[in-house]
Ligand binder design. Structure first.
Ligand code: FE2
Ligand code: FE2
Length: 240
């Protein structure tokens, strides 16, 4: 594939996991803030556009890249992947992180409360939002996308959605993604980039590792929805 500097980060990320890794390496937001052309992002980061394009070209041409082509797979299979991989991850890890926060705050709250307590509060709000968010996706939006796709495959008219255009619930999901992304960014900032204090114990370390892993997983998760799934169903609805 040919990548140009006029393409947005989100568009390039949507084509390949290799590109996603390159963006991660440079700290480039390919997720909620990904709708910006490569040249603009390079200017802001002080990166040479030519060099980034070359890196992207080699990262996306790696043979055997264990990357599934989610642009051509069915949207139903992409949804299955999102739910089984990323939603399952959150359902497992969010409660585990709550428990780790409890332990670390109990042990270190007196000394590090100024950092740990606001971080725990942001995390608790984020967990609640994400759990409600996944519920809406799994029980309302994703089944509707499945019905749209099945109708399109059968050459039948698209079913009537109770919420009008499918762009409406999608906008709501994207706003919630922004909110989760913002929460993670604040947690990263409060923790000084997950820099462990010298007195950190094993639970502290596990908490920071878990939060970093959550951030990485959520970025891929939101990327699959914002950059691939949602644009595909919007194109389908618009008949493009
Ligand atoms: Fe999701
Ligand atoms: Fe989502």
């Amino acid at each position: 594939m040919t990548i140009t500097e006029q393409q947005t980060v989100a568009e390039v990320a949507a084509q390949s996991l290799g590109a996603v890794r390159t963006f991660e390496k440079h700290g480039i937001d390919y997720c909620c803030g990904g709708k910006r052309p490569l040249e603009e992002v390079c200017r802001e980061k002080g990166l040479a556009t030519g060099q980034l394009l070359a890196e992207l070209a080699s990262a996306t041409s790696v043979a055997g890249e264990q990357d599934k082509d989610w642009q051509s797979a069915s949207m139903r299979s992409l949804i299955g992947h999102i739910v089984q991989t990323h939603h399952a991850y959150l359902k497992r890890e969010l409660p585990a992180l709550t428990e780790r926060f409890r332990k670390v705050v109990f042990a270190h709250g007196e000394r590090d409360g100024a950092v740990l307590l606001p971080m725990e509060g942001i995390f608790a709000d984020m967990r609640e939002e994400l759990e409600a968010h996944m519920y809406k996706e799994e029980f309302i939006l994703f089944p509707m996308i499945g019905r749209y796709e099945a109708a399109a495959e059968a050459g039948a008219p698209l079913p009537m959605a109770p919420f009008g255009s499918i762009a409406n619930p999608i906008r709501m999901m994207e706003r919630e993604h922004d909110s989760a992304g913002g929460g993670l960014a604040r947690i990263r900032e409060l923790s000084g980039g997950f820099e462990l204090p010298a007195h950190a114990c094993g639970a502290y370390r596990a908490l920071y590792q878990g939060l970093q892993e959550l951030e990485a997983d959520l970025h891929v998760h939101i990327h699959l929805e914002n950059n691939i799934l949602f644009p595909r169903v919007i194109r389908l609805e618009a008949g493009r």
